[in-house]
Ligand binder design. Structure first.
Ligand SMILES: N[C@@H](CCC(=O)N[C@@H](CS)C(=O)NCC(=O)O)C(=O)O
Length: 219
């Protein structure tokens, strides 16, 4: 098997890539970075210490960044579905939405676990509230967009939906549920969670949820 994915099953950016793997039905070897032997290898491959990291042992390529991993899969291992359309203008729309989810929902959402893991006395309440405000602003834009479409870029499931799922699902958990405040975005999250690819990634995360079960949402 040529594809190895360095990951942790609870990691939101790993979920984004796992959704792509499961949509495409591509075989790969998951390598869990909480295994010390794997961690040592991962650290040599990822100087910035960010995961997921893809290694293609046939080509020798090491691919960081969730978006670039999905682009790499779409180009070299399309599997049963393409997640980035062939039409350049449609592809641009998918990439724009992928950036929207990563920059304005996913990254702000990550501020919450970052703050939870800070030592007492070093919490960043101001930064956390600022991140939450950005998340809510982006969620409000998304809510309006999702009034008339099933998936982020229109009628088809794409890379943008891989990006959306973990950002929205962890955001709903950490920043308070948005079912009542952003119903279209919430209905979209429900469609994402019902998607077999994401349901599978969530199922694999379940044994690790106890690690975050006492984290109280901020509102
Ligand atoms: N831009 C990166 C972000 C990856 C990222 O932040 N991953 C988190 C796990 S979800 C991580 O590596 N955290 C380690 C840390 O913050 O030290 C991507 O899209 O892959």
């Amino acid at each position: 098997m040529s594809l190895e994915l360095f990951l942790h099953p609870l990691s939101s950016y790993c979920h984004k890539v796992l959704i792509a793997f499961y949509e495409k039905d591509i075989p790969f070897q998951p390598l869990r970075i909480d295994d010390p032997a794997v961690a040592r290898e991962y650290e040599t491959l990822s100087p910035l210490k960010r995961f997921p990291i893809l290694r293609d042992t046939d080509s020798g390529r090491v691919v960081p960044e969730s978006t670039i991993i999905i682009e790499y899969l779409d180009t070299h291992f399309p599997g049963r579905v393409k997640l980035i359309p062939d039409d350049p203008e449609s592809a641009l729309q998918v990439r724009l939405r992928d950036r929207f989810f990563d920059n304005y929902l996913h990254t702000p959402m990550q501020k919450f676990p970052d703050d939870q893991l800070r030592p007492e006395g070093q919490k960043d309440t101001y930064g956390l509230q600022k991140a939450r405000a950005l998340f809510v602003k982006a969620l409000t834009l998304l809510d309006a967009e999702m009034a008339d479409r099933p998936w982020a870029a229109g009628e088809s499931f794409t890379m943008a939906d891989c990006a959306a799922a973990p950002a929205l699902s962890f955001g709903n958990r950490f920043f308070g549920p948005f079912r009542d405040t952003h119903p279209n975005a919430f209905a979209y999250l429900e469609r994402l969670m019902a998607r077999p690819s994401y349901a599978r990634a969530l199922g694999e995360a379940e044994p690790f949820l106890h690690l975050i079960s006492d984290w109280q949402p901020v509102s």
